[in-house]
Design a protein around this ligand. Sequence first.
Ligand code: NDP
Length: 269
Amino acid sequence: MTDRYCVIGNPIAHSKSPIIHAAFAAQTGQDLTYQHELAPLGGFDAHVHGLMAAGVRGANVTVPFKLDAARLATRLSARAQAAGAVNTLSFQDGDIVGDNTDGAGLVADIVRNAGVDLLGARVLLLGAGGAARGVVLPILEAGAAGVVVANRTRATADAMVAAFADARVTACEYADVDAVFDVVVNATSASLAGELVPVPPVAFGAGTLAYDMMYAAAPTPFMVFAASHGAQVRDGLGMLVEQAAEAFAVWRGVRPDTAPMFSLLRQSA
Ligand code: NDP
């Protein structure tokens, strides 16, 4: 029987996840379908229970429901627990298992696809929202020496750092950034609004990878700014593809080859 999966969000029509998972299924010979699911704001739980009753096997979760998914899950993976957010749900005999593959996706894209080693790296993380929180543990597990979190609202960065309770994770003001970093990750939603995060140019050097989690047809303001100060730049398309591959592996036990996805998605951007 064909297994059913989906991505739940609001809005959701723009999501490329159905294209990615259909290609993964074709490539690996897995018998499954994957579709968009628009859940009403305030109606996430009922929507998920409806999908489970209809026999759906799993779901990706995106804005604005990642925290709802973490709350609704009856079991959480360690990385979902650390992130405080869930982007991958598996429905197993009435259980709702929550996982978070965003951080693994970012690390895979940085290390495997961009060829940048995180071992001993000094990482500047811009933003302290759900996406930022989800990538801290995987970055540390990849061997980074430290993660400095800068956020517009300092109290949110402080609360995030306190939750990790790890001396390698610290917070600072944007204005206090006074050294070059190996990797600068823009995990704010500033690029969505066409705005530039106020990160000082000193953070970027010739050896810096400046990574914007957002992806778009054109380079984001953050990428343009970082490149103008000598950094190598990369957008979040690879993170999107790699987090999907990780979710596919969680559900199906098979890891798809992500390389063919890049040209396919750039064409459909
Ligand atoms: P949240 O709404 O949880 O967090 C937004 C963050 O951005 C907060 O830290 C907020 O700061 C900051 N921010 C918003 N506007 C500005 C601004 N103008 N200047 C400076 N900081 C700003 O969003 P998420 O964490 O869920 O998502 C963040 C980004 O990551 C989005 O662009 C999203 O598309 C992308 N993403 C990409 C993925 C991928 O696969 N490529 C996966 C997940 C996310 P404050 O606390 O002060 O409000």
